[in-house]
Design a protein around this ligand. Structure first.
Ligand code: PMP
Ligand code: GLU
Length: 390
C-alpha cells in the first residue's frame, strides 16, 4: 500500500527519543531528558503580546501563501541588519518551521539521484528528506580532531558531475561547530564555476558564543547567488511550537516554485504566528535573546568541564547551539546500545551519535536547568564507570 518513497524514510530519532523520555516520565519514572532540541525558556512576552493582539484584531484568516507583507519586510530587514544580505520580498518565503523550508527546498530542486553533499555529523532531517525526494546523500565525515568541520579538500573530493547541493549548518546541530568567514570563503572558492547550490541552515545563528557569526551567502557575490539561506525563530526566541521558519534565495524562480508547492500543500503559515514573529525578528526581543544566550554559555561551560572530568568521555567546547557531542569511543562503539542502556538503567535520555551519521558519540542538549544537567552528568559518570568494570 505504501510508496517506496515513504518506506525509505526513517522517523526523526531526535523526536523519537524525546517522545520516549516524555512517555516514561508520564508513567512516573525518574527520567532526566537531554534529548530535546528545544530551549527550556518561555517565548518572550513581546512575542506573545503580538499574537494576542493579532487574535483580538481578527487577523485570523488566510493570508498570502508566502507570508504577509509586514512579515516579509521584517525578514528582509533582519537579513540586511544581522547578516549583510539584501533580499527583496519576492526572494523570501515564510514556512511552517525551518524543517518545512528544507522540505520545500529539496522538493523543488532534488530528483533522479541528484547528489547532495552533507557533512557528518549532520542534523537527522537532511539525509531523510534528500532520500525522500529521490536524491543521493554523499556524506563527508568529520570528527572532533578537526572540530567537526569539513575542509575545502574534502569538499573538492566529494564533488561529482551529479552534485546538486551542499548542505551547511552553522552553528551545527549536533556539534555546535561554527564556520568562520575565512572557512566559508574557502569552501565557496571550491564551488566557483559550478552550478552547485548551497543550503545554509542558520537556525542557531543567535546562539553563537565564540567569534562572529557569518552567513554563507555573505562571503562573496558568487556564494550569494548559489546559497539558499534558511533560518527561523524556534531556537533563538524559543518558538518551537509556533512553527515559523523562512528561506531566502537570490533565484526568484526557486522561491516562486516553493510558493507553488506551498499553495497546494499547507497554504500560508498560521496567521497569528506571522504577526508574532515580527517582534522576534525586528530586535524587540533582543534583551530576551541576550538573557538566554548568557544562560546557555554558563551551562555549556560547566557541562563541558564536568564531562571532561569523566574517565572515558571527552567533549569539545562547542562555539554555538545548545548541544554537546560527547565522544564515547573509549567505552563503546555502539552508541544506540549505549543510549538505550543509559535510559533503561539510569533514566537519562541522550541521542545516539549514529542517528547523526557519526558512531562513537552521543548528543547531550544543555537546553535544560543546571541542576538537572549536574545530576544527569553524575548519572552518566556512574553508568560509564560501571561499563568499564564490566
Ligand atoms: N535546522 C536545524 C539545524 C535544527 O536543529 C532544527 C531543529 N528543529 C531545524 C532546522 C528545524 O527547526 P524548526 O522546524 O522548528 O524551525
Ligand atoms: N531539531 C531539534 C533536534 O535536533 C528538534 C527535533 C527535530 O525537529 O528533529 O532535537
Amino acid at each position: 500500500m505504501l510508496t517506496n518513497r515513504i518506506n525509505i524514510l526513517s522517523e526523526s530519532i531526535t523526536i523519537a527519543v524525546s517522545n520516549l523520555a516524555q512517555e516514561l516520565k508520564d508513567q512516573g519514572k525518574d527520567i532526566l531528558s537531554f534529548s530535546a532540541g528545544e530551549p527550556d525558556f518561555d517565548t518572550p512576552r513581546v512575542i506573545k503580546d503580538a499574537a494576542i493582539s493579532a487574535i483580538n484584531s481578527g487577523f485570523t484568516k488566510y493570508t498570502a501563501v508566502d507570508g504577509i507583507p509586514a512579515l516579509k519586510e521584517a525578514i528582509a530587514n533582519k537579513l540586511l541588519r544581522d547578516n549583510g544580505l539584501k533580499y527583496a520580498p519576492n526572494q523570501i518565503i515564510a514556512n511552517n518551521g525551518a524543517k518545512h523550508s528544507l522540505f520545500n527546498l529539496f522538493s523543488a530542486t532534488i530528483e533522479d539521484a541528484d547528489e547532495v553533499i552533507i557533512p557528518a555529523p549532520y542534523w537527522v532531517t537532511y539525509p531523510e528528506l534528500v532520500k525522500y525526494c529521490g536524491g543521493k546523500v554523499v556524506e563527508i565525515q568529520t570528527d572532533d580532531t578537526t572540530g567537526f568541520k569539513i575542509t575545502p579538500e574534502q569538499l573538492q573530493n566529494a564533488i561529482t558531475s551529479k552534485t546538486k547541493m551542499l548542505v551547511l549548518t552553522t552553528p551545527s546541530n549536533p556539534t555546535g561547530a561554527v564556520y568562520s568567514k575565512e572557512e566559508l570563503t574557502a569552501l565557496g572558492k571550491v564551488l566557483e564555476g559550478t552550478e552547485i547550490l548551497v543550503a545554509s541552515d542558520e537556525m542557531y545563528e543567535k546562539l553563537t558564543y565564540e567569534g562572529e557569526f557569518t552567513s554563507a551567502a555573505a562571503v562573496s557575490e558568487d556564494m550569494f547567488k548559489r546559497t539558499i539561506t534558511i533560518n527561523g525563530l524556534s531556537k533563538s526566541v524559543a518558538m518551537t511550537g509556533w512553527r515559523f521558519g523562512y528561506m531566502a534565495a537570490y533565484d526568484t524562480e526557486l522561491i516562486k516554485a516553493t510558493k507553488k508547492l506551498q499553495s497546494q500543500s499547507t497554504s500560508n503559515i498560521n496567521s497569528i504566528t506571522q504577526y508574532a514573529a515580527i517582534p522576534g525578528l525586528d530586535g524587540s526581543a533582543d534583551a530576551d535573546i541576550a538573557m538566554m544566550k548568557k544562560e546557555f554559555i554558563k551551562r555549556r561551560d560547566e557541562a563541558v568541564e564536568l564531562f571532561n572530568a569523566v574517565d572515558g568521555l571527552s567533549v569539545l567546547k562547542p562555539d554555538g547551539a545548545f548541544y554537546l557531542f560527547v565522544n564515547i569511543k573509549e567505552v563503546s562503539n555502539d552508541s544506540l546500545t549505549f543510549a538505550k542502556e543509559l535510559l533503561e538503567t539510569k533514566g537519562v535520555a541522550v541521542v545516539p551519535g549514529v542517528g547523526f551519521g557519526s558512531e562513537g558519540y552521543f548528543r547531550f542538549s544543555f537546553a535544560t536547568g543546571i541542576t538537572t544537567i549536574r545530576e544527569g552528568i553524575k548519572r552518566i559518570d556512574t553508568f560509564v564507570q560501571e561499563l568499564q568494570v564490566k
